[in-house]
Write a protein that binds this ligand. Structure first.
Ligand code: GLY
Length: 374
């Protein structure tokens, strides 16, 4: 089978798939099944020179972290665990300081390594710790959620939140490898998988229609982690992200397309005090971006309808209350100021034809919102 980028792909019975990311540092994303149980892919990623390893993880994956430590202990001088809080609570400077303390007390040198094992927040934190300790030690990301695999752990955005806002402190720091073991997703709750699929659908809308076709054909198989379809969708998503970040690591241009649905989506996450899963807010944001693409651009009715049918097949929300518009707009404006930019949206001219839309009249923004107002 050949995909759009001309690379041979495989099904779950074959060897792991290796997706190359190029740029300031080249690395590989390994996608397959049973990778952690086999142990070898992690050791291969760590390399020969590493002596000490710190595994940063949450309690949710505590058993997995223990097993990984037991396996690695046979090969490395010292393997330590740092259990950190779940979700955004992990991304605090106090938690980073806790990890730095462990590294300091155990005399970690530049030839040692940090492993991030968990969801997107943990890999963001582990990446930041690895980027800052001695100005950068080896980093292996092992995401354990759909969102982590298709987005957070790939592409080298690392960081923490502060009182001033989310992700305002961080570094672009490429991992040395990302290991995506699909089997780790088998035990995830269905709503967690579906929320992660908002990002999978995003790659479908911005770049890879095969993703949309697969979800439309059989959404149950598409979202069942035991099927080849599921693995293929994760692989296709990672390929899009890998291609984009290889071309534009520091978000000078192309990488911005990954923010499809995120301008409004981030404002909704803020309005919901970050209690919503990221993908749930992004689903509404993409529906909004589709309406905006229709009003301020050239997106067809059929393409907007395709957004509606794919996202609703995934059980994701499509709208938000009408009365919340002023608050959302104010948040988007504040965010824009904090980042010294213009209010920008990614819209589509067609499926897989994304572009930036900036400087749109507020009345048009509001009109588009009326279309998704619940
Ligand atoms: N999550 C968007 C990016 O990595 O650029």
């Amino acid at each position: 089978m050949r995909d759009e980028w001309g690379e041979v792909t495989s099904d779950q019975t074959q060897d792991p798939i290796r997706i190359a990311v190029t740029g300031e540092n080249d690395y590989e994303i390994v996608v397959g099944r049973g990778l952690l149980a086999a142990g070898d892919p992690v050791r291969a990623a760590l390399g020969e020179r590493v002596n000490k390893v710190l595994i940063v993880h949450t309690a949710t994956v505590g058993r997995l972290a223990d097993e990984l430590r037991t396996e690695l202990q046979q090969h490395y001088g010292q393997v330590l665990l740092a259990e950190v809080p779940d979700a955004e609570h992990a991304k605090r400077v106090e938690v980073a300081a806790f990890c730095w303390r462990i590294l300091g007390e155990s005399d970690f040198t530049r030839s040692d390594a940090v492993i991030g094992l968990g969801g997107g927040a943990v890999t963001d934190l582990a990446g930041f710790v690895a980027a800052t300790w001695l100005r950068g030690v080896r980093l292996i990301q092992i995401p354990t959620t759909v969102l982590g695999m298709v987005d957070a752990a790939v592409g080298g955005k690392t960081g923490i939140n502060t009182a001033e806002g989310k992700n305002l402190v961080g570094a672009f720091y490429a991992p040395h490898a990302v290991i995506c073991d699909i089997d780790l997703l088998r035990t995830l709750p269905k709503n967690e998988i579906l929320a992660g699929f908002a990002e999978v659908a995003k790659y479908g809308f911005i770049a890879e229609p095969e993703i949309l076709d697969t979800i439309e054909r059989d959404v149950d198989r598409a979202t069942d982690p035991t099927t080849p379809e599921f693995q293929r969708l994760v692989e296709l998503s990672i390929r899009v992200k890998a291609r984009v970040v290889s071309e534009d690591f520091r978000e000078g241009g192309l990488r911005e397309i990954l923010n499809y649905g995120h301008t409004l989506g981030h404002a909704i996450e803020h309005a919901e005090r970050y209690q919503w899963r990221h993908g749930v807010a992004i689903s509404i944001g993409m529906m909004y971006a589709a309406e905006l693409g229709r009003m301020a651009g050239s997106l067809s009715d059929a393409a907007v309808e395709r957004h509606r049918s794919v996202l609703s097949a995934l059980g994701l929300p499509l709208g938000y209350p009408a009365g919340r518009w002023p608050g959302l707009l104010a948040t988007m404006q504040r965010d824009k100021k904090a980042r010294a930019g213009m209010l920008r949206f990614i819209v589509l001219d067609d499926i897989a034809k994304p572009r930036v839309l900036a400087g749109v009249d507020e009345s048009v923004l509001q009109f588009a919102y009326q279309e998704i107002a619940a």
